[in-house]
Design a protein around this ligand. Structure first.
Ligand SMILES: Cc1ncc(COP(=O)(O)O)c(C=O)c1O
Length: 440
C-alpha cells in the first residue's frame, strides 16, 4: 500500500511507502498521510468476524497496509507481540457495552498504537545507525512510547517531560527504565510542557544533530499509530456479534485529537458494520460544533478533567475531511457529535459506579455519556451501543477517588511500578542539554 497526503490526495502528486510515511510523520506539504485506498473486506470475511481471535483480526486489518514493505510472517509476529493483552467487551447495562482498551502496560488505549508502531518501525527501518525516537510529553504519551520501544532492537527513545508537572503515577511510568542499561531514557526538564515541545522542535531543526543522530517522532498523527487503532473496532464488533448478535451497532469514541475516531471511520470504510459513531468531547468541542453548524473554528484549548482530550485544534480533523471529501452532509450521516462539562463527568462516574458497580476514568465517562445522550439508541430495537474505555480509572486516581469517596484498587502491574525507586534525571531547558542526552 502506498500513502498520499490529505493536501494532495491525487497519487500523481507523489506517494510514500509505509516506511517513509512512518519515518516522516507529517507529509512534506504539511498534510497528513492517508492510505491511497481503504480496501473493503469481503462479505464472507465480515460474516466470519465473530469467530476470529484478536491476533487474526489484527493481522487481517494491517496486512494490506504493510504489503509489500513487510512479509507476512513478520507482520504476524508484530501483531502477536504488540497486542498481547486483552481488549474485552464488557456489558455495563443492558445493551450498553464498554470496550476496555486499558489492559496494556501503561493502562491506556495508546498502548495499542504505540506498541505496534514501535515494532513496525524496527522492522521497516534499514538504516545502519539506530533510530532515535524523540518525544515531548505532558505525561501519558511519553510513557506509552517509552514502554512500547523498551527492548525493541535498533531503536532508542528520548522522552522530555516537564519536571514536577506530571502526576506521580505518570512519573513512575516514565522513569522506570532509567536505571537500566536499556534503550529508553526519560528526562525531567526544568520547564513547562511547552518548553519540552519547543526543545524537540529545535532538535528536529538542528542539522548538525541530525547528521549525527537519526531522529524520528512518534506523535499521534503518525500513520504507524493510527492504523493499528482500527484493530479494536473490528475486535469490538467481533465480540458484540458473539455476545449479543445485534442488529445494529453504534460506537461512541471519546475524542481530543480525533485519531481514535478516525481509525474507527477507516474501519467503517473498510466495511465494518457500525451504523453510526458518536464523537464525544469535553468542553473542547470544535468538531461537535462543526457537525452542528458547518464551521470548523479551532481555538485555544481549555483545561478539563479529561485532560488528555484538551485539544483546541484537532489534527486528525484533516483526515476526517479527506475521508468525506469535505462534505458536511456525508460526515453527518456517519457521525453525531456531543460535548460534556466536568460537572456531568463527575455525576456520571459516581452514578454508574453506585448503580452498576462499573468504575470509569473521566475520558471513558464522556464516551459513556455520549452513547446515552444519543437519542437514536433508544429509538431502535436490536441496536446496541459500545463506548470505548480508553484509560484505567487508576490512572486518574486523583480525580476519581474523591468522586466516589473511596480509594481505587490499583492493578498489580501499576502497584509494582509505583513501589520502585524513582530514577529521575533532571536537565535544563536548553538545546545544549538536550543535545547531550543523545550521548548518554
Ligand atoms: C484516555 C484518553 N482517552 C481519549 C483520548 C482521545 O483520543 P484522540 O486524541 O485520538 O481523539 C485520549 C487522547 O490522548 C486519551 O488519552
Amino acid at each position: 500500500m502506498r500513502f498520499v497526503t490529505t493536501r494532495h490526495p491525487d497519487p500523481a502528486s507523489g506517494v510514500a511507502s509505509l516506511r517513509t510515511a512512518m519515518l516522516e510523520g507529517l507529509a512534506p506539504d504539511g498534510g497528513l498521510y492517508v492510505p491511497e485506498a481503504i480496501e473493503p473486506w469481503q462479505r464472507h470475511e465480515l460474516e466470519r468476524l465473530g469467530t476470529r481471535t484478536l491476533t487474526e483480526i489484527a493481522y487481517r486489518v494491517l496486512r494490506p497496509y504493510t504489503r509489500p514493505d513487510l512479509d507476512a510472517t513478520t507482520c504476524e509476529a508484530i501483531v502477536a507481540e504488540s497486542l498481547n493483552f486483552p481488549m474485552p467487551l464488557v456489558e455495563v447495562e443492558p445493551g450498553i457495552y464498554a470496550l476496555e482498551l486499558f489492559h496494556g502496560p501503561t493502562l491506556a488505549f495508546k498502548d495499542v498504537g504505540a506498541r505496534t508502531m514501535a515494532r513496525l518501525l524496527a522492522s521497516l527501518d534499514s538504516g545502519d545507525q539506530p533510530l532515535t525516537v524523540l518525544a515531548a510529553t505532558s505525561g501519558d504519551t511519553g510513557s506509552a512510547v517509552a514502554h512500547a520501544f523498551h527492548g525493541v532492537p535498533h531503536t532508542r527513545v528520548v522522552v522530555l517531560y516537564p519536571e514536577g508537572r506530571v502526576s506521580p503515577t505518570q512519573e513512575a511510568q516514565l522513569t522506570m527504565f532509567n536505571s537500566e542499561d536499556g534503550n529508553v531514557r526519560a528526562y525531567a526538564v526544568a520547564g513547562s510542557f511547552d518548553d519540552c515541545h519547543r526543545l524537540t522542535k529545535e532538535a528536529f531543526a538542528d542539522a548538525g544533530l541530525r547528521r549525527r543522530v537519526r531522529l524520528t517522532s512518534a506523535n499521534s498523527v503518525n500513520m504507524g499509530r493510527l492504523l493499528p487503532q482500527m484493530v479494536y473496532y473490528f475486535h469490538g464488533v467481533a465480540q458484540a456479534v458473539q455476545q449479543a448478535a445485534p442488529k445494529e451497532i453504534v460506537v461512541c469514541t471519546p475524542s481530543g485529537n480525533f485519531g481514535n475516531l478516525t481509525a474507527g471511520l477507516f474501519a467503517k470504510r473498510a466495511g465494518l458494520p457500525i451504523t453510526r459513531f458518536v464523537a464525544a468531547t469535553n468542553a473542547n468541542d470544535v468538531v461537535p460544533a462543526y457537525l452542528e453548524h458547518g464551521r470548523f473554528e479551532p481555538r485555544a484549548s481549555v483545561q478539563t478533567m479529561a485532560n488528555a482530550m484538551d485539544v483546541g485544534h484537532p489534527s486528525n480533523f484533516e483526515r476526517m475531511r479527506w475521508l468525506y471529501n469535505d462534505s458536511l452532509e456525508a460526515m453527518r450521516r456517519d457521525i453525531a457529535g456531543c460535548r460534556f462539562a466536568d460537572a456531568d463527568v463527575a455525576v456520571t462516574i459516581k452514578q454508574v459506579y453506585e448503580e452498576r458497580g462499573y468504575l470509569m476514568d473521566p475520558h471513558t465517562a464522556i464516551a459513556y455519556m455520549g452513547l446515552k445522550a444519543h437519542g437514536e439508541m433508544a429509538r431502535h430495537k436490536g441496536r446496541i451501543g459500545i463506548f470505548l474505555a480508553t484509560a484505567h480509572p487508576a490512572k486518574f486516581g486523583e480525580i476519581v477517588e474523591p468522586i466516589i469517596g473511596r480509594p481505587i484498587d490499583i492493578p498489580p502491574a501499576l502497584a509494582e511500578v509505583m513501589a520502585q525507586p524513582r530514577h529521575v534525571v533532571k536537565i535544563q531547558a536548553s538545546a545544549d542539554a538536550v543535545r547531550r542526552t543523545f550521548d548518554d
